[in-house]
Design a protein around this ligand. Structure first.
Ligand SMILES: *Cc1c(COP(=O)(O)O)cnc(C)c1O
Length: 392
């Protein structure tokens, strides 16, 4: 089955759906049983991690459909759903480390996941250090005997460096450290990191999978060995995802392939247009030939999505604010992955190495609007930018 077909059909179970194309929203906390034997059997299945209605927190058929679809797309053993993309990151971390361990985290990882490692986890005796996202196999030099987890995000969703996951995974395997990667930019459609050697894949389903800016969700898919740890951790934390939101995510997933095609085509056209602008120093988009990450992107990804960055030759806070303030279609906002275009300042926080580009730059999410309307909007915005820069 080709990937676009999988997006449409994966996880579909006619018997489970009573014939309906979509799995209905099954609400449940309590499940009642006819006999003690049935109750015991549900308990046994829940303990063994088998699909069974035993208690609402453990999931209902609505959840199973999305879990099975994401597992199939990612090429993993199982998927755990959690209430947000951030909780997917934090649950993966908690599953992989214990007191006394050391985490190596890419300097490009999602800010709140970074904060979780440096503030929350230190209270439990777990130390985190940050590495250059472009380090590749050179990460061997940073491994400590107690390094049990390497966190990656590729491309970084602010700075867009593409990481050499196979090289990093090869180093991790030598001492049984696990590799967890945030794959939100690419989605399971455009990159399958488990096939590149990762143990766990984190998706902020809030973004492209839900796709309509209306529900929050995270997903963790893993190898059999790694996902078992996540399952245990998730069970212990008591996280639970509402079936209504799961329904929205599954519905979003079914159109992911066609939405991403449009996001990609428009983002590429805008990236190329931006490259030709005198104000722009560099467009951060691995799909662009000439981007430093383009070769790795070509090797490991099958597409590029709608999120990209740009840095200016000369910039100022005032000029960026002048641009952002008057946009017609690019709304001011930090999330992305919905049908609409968004814009935000780009000013990365780094510790492993300095971000040497002039800041602030700008990050845009290219939505599903007509691309020529979007280019006209950016054109007017850049005129405001230049005017403000010239008069400051
Ligand atoms: C948004 C985002 C998250 C967090 O997702 P939420 O659902 O907002 O918690 C994690 N990683 C990346 C790369 C993101 O863009």
């Amino acid at each position: 089955m080709k990937k676009d077909t999988k997006v449409v059909h994966a996880g579909h179970n006619k018997a489970r759906n009573g014939g309906a194309v979509n799995t209905p929203v099954v609400h449940a906390s309590t499940i009642v049983f006819d006999t003690m034997a049935d109750l015991r059997e549900a308990e046994r299945k829940a303990a063994a991690g088998e699909r069974a209605m035993s208690y609402g927190r453990r999931g209902t058929p609505t959840h199973w459909t999305l879990q099975e679809a994401l597992t199939d797309l990612a090429g993993g053993a199982e998927t755990i759903l959690v209430p947000s993309g951030l909780s997917a990151g934090t649950t993966a971390v908690l599953a992989c480390v214990k007191a006394g361990d050391h985490i190596l985290a890419s300097d490009s990882i999602y800010g709140p996941t970074r904060d979780f490692c440096t503030s929350f986890m230190t209270r439990f005796g777990v130390e985190t250090s940050f590495y250059d996202p472009l380090i590749g196999g050179g990460i061997a030099a940073l491994m400590k005997p107690n390094t049990t987890l390497i966190l990656c995000e590729s491309p970084g969703s602010l700075t867009f460096e593409v990481q050499d996951i196979p090289a990093i995974a090869a180093v991790a395997k030598k001492q049984n450290a696990r590799v967890a990667i945030d794959n939100t930019w690419a989605t399971p459609l455009y990159c399958q990191p488990l096939k590149l050697g990762a143990d766990l894949v984190i998706e902020a389903a809030t973004k492209y999978i839900v796709g309509h800016s209306d529900a929050m969700m995270g997903a963790i898919t893993g190898t059999a060995e790694a996902i078992a740890l996540v399952k245990k951790t998730n069970g212990a934390l008591g996280l639970s995802v509402a079936p209504d939101d799961v329904y929205l995510a599954t519905r979003g997933l079914r159109t992911l392939a066609v939405r991403l095609e449009r996001h990609q085509a428009s983002a590429m056209k805008i990236a190329q247009w931006l490259q030709g602008r005198a104000e722009i120093k560099r467009v951060l988009y691995p799909g662009l030939p000439g981007d430093p990450g383009h070769a790795l992107w070509k090797r490991d990804f099958s597409g590029a999505t709608g999120l990209l960055g740009m840095v200016f030759k000369t910039t100022s806070q005032v000029a960026v604010e002048a641009m952002l303030a008057g946009m017609d279609f690019f709304a001011l906002g930090f999330s992305w992955g919905g049908f609409e275009s968004l814009i935000a300042p780009l000013d990365p926080k780094r510790t492993a190495l300095r971000w040497n580009e002039p800041a602030p730059g700008i990050r845009i999410h290219v939505g599903l609007e007509d691309v020529d309307d979007l280019i006209a909007d950016l054109d007017k915005g850049l005129a405001r930018f230049c005017k403000a820069l010239g008069s400051s």
